[in-house]
Write a protein that binds this ligand. Structure first.
Ligand SMILES: [Cu+2]
Length: 344
């Protein structure tokens, strides 16, 4: 009897100690969304279970090894036991009850995390090897809707955002550890569009990382997220929705950044995935069929809208996305060409 009391006391004491350590030690990344609060609550419950079972096993093993060790002169035989119906019933019913309870609180948390806010703003997220593009629809004067494309995901604090996730090529996954929630991004068009709801509640800069291995530069498939207050968000959006009033070259640079060209094309002569744009305009280039061309406006235009028409020597066809003809306006293409021409 005295053994049971001591063991029970040690198990309780150890559970409290280990549980407090696990739930207070910063084991998880910063908590930056309303959804994270709920998910971390589930984590805490599991930490307490882990603390209890860890203590139960450790205390029994250590206690037995020390207190019931074989003393000099004792024979090494244990007591032979066969079956214990009451124990069997208890250790069947208790785990079933625990698992059912976990299922209930799990379902409840899932419902909270996926709660729809009718005020939510919608952002279309496009994943492609190996960059992210974020598209907002903004009402400009006259009630027309302009699309704002950005390589940074800017979000207002304390407002739910509905992310509609699309992939241009293979399966990617949208994951921001600070927001906790994660969702695979599938190719295949509208039917395969997936949704994710996030309510950021902490201002700051975070990173979205691709969490599904998707090729050579998967590790580098990151984009910045800025959570700002609501008025700052709205003025950023209005500014982006305005026409590009910079010079053609500067607008071209803006599009090349926003549409992810610079993820594959460097401006300093290094080869990332595609040829560098430095000194490209006006140079002579060898193509994979052995011929040579001079890089002019017509060639650049074709390289953007129909990348497979001519392949640069040493590179492969089919790597550059084939979809820019449908995404960029003619004006944007001209401005990108002007930007490339300025990189001498
Ligand atoms: Cu990816």
């Amino acid at each position: 009897m005295i053994h049971l009391v001591i063991v029970a006391f040690l198990v309780v004491a150890s559970t409290i100690g280990v549980g407090l350590f696990l739930t207070n030690y910063p084991l998880l990344p910063l908590q930056a969304s309303e959804q994270a609060v709920n998910i971390d609550g589930l984590f805490d419950i599991h930490w307490w279970f882990i603390a209890f079972f860890f203590s139960l096993i450790t205390v029994f093993v250590v206690y037995s090894v020390i207190v019931f060790r074989r003393k000099p002169g004792e024979r090494g035989d244990g007591v032979y036991m066969h079956g214990n119906t009451r124990l069997e019933i208890v250790w069947t019913i208790v785990p079933i009850a625990i698992v059912l309870w976990l299922a209930v609180i799990g379902a409840d948390s899932l419902a909270t995390v996926e709660r729809r806010d009718p005020e939510a703003i919608t952002v279309d997220v496009f994943a492609a090897q190996w960059n992210w593009r974020f598209q907002y629809s903004v009402e400009v004067e006259g009630g027309t809707v302009a699309a704002v494309v950005s390589d940074t995901l800017v979000l207002p604090k304390n407002q739910q955002v509905l992310l509609r996730l699309h992939s241009d090529d293979v399966i990617h996954s949208f994951y921001v550890p600070e927001f906790r929630v994660k969702q695979d991004v599938l190719p295949g068009g509208e039917e395969f569009t997936r949704e994710l709801r996030i309510t950021p509640n902490l201002e700051g800069t975070f990173k979205v990382r691709c969490a599904e291995i998707c090729g050579q530069l998967h590790w580098d498939m990151q984009a910045e997220i800025q959570v700002v207050d609501r008025s700052e968000f709205l003025s950023w959006l209005q500014e982006q929705a305005g026409d590009c009033e910079l010079s053609p070259e500067e607008c071209g640079q803006r599009w090349a950044t926003q549409f992810g060209c610079l993820a594959c094309h460097s401006l300093d002569g290094t080869v990332v995935i595609g040829p560098s744009w430095q000194g490209l305009y006006g140079s002579s280039e060898e193509l994979s069929d052995g011929s040579t061309i001079t890089v002019d406006d017509a060639y650049l235009h074709e390289s953007i809208v129909d990348p497979n028409a001519k392949i640069v020597q040493g590179f492969s066809a089919g790597v550059m996305p084939q979809t820019f003809a449908g995404i960029l306006t003619e004006e944007q293409i001209q401005q990108i060409i002007a930007f490339i021409a300025s990189l001498q």
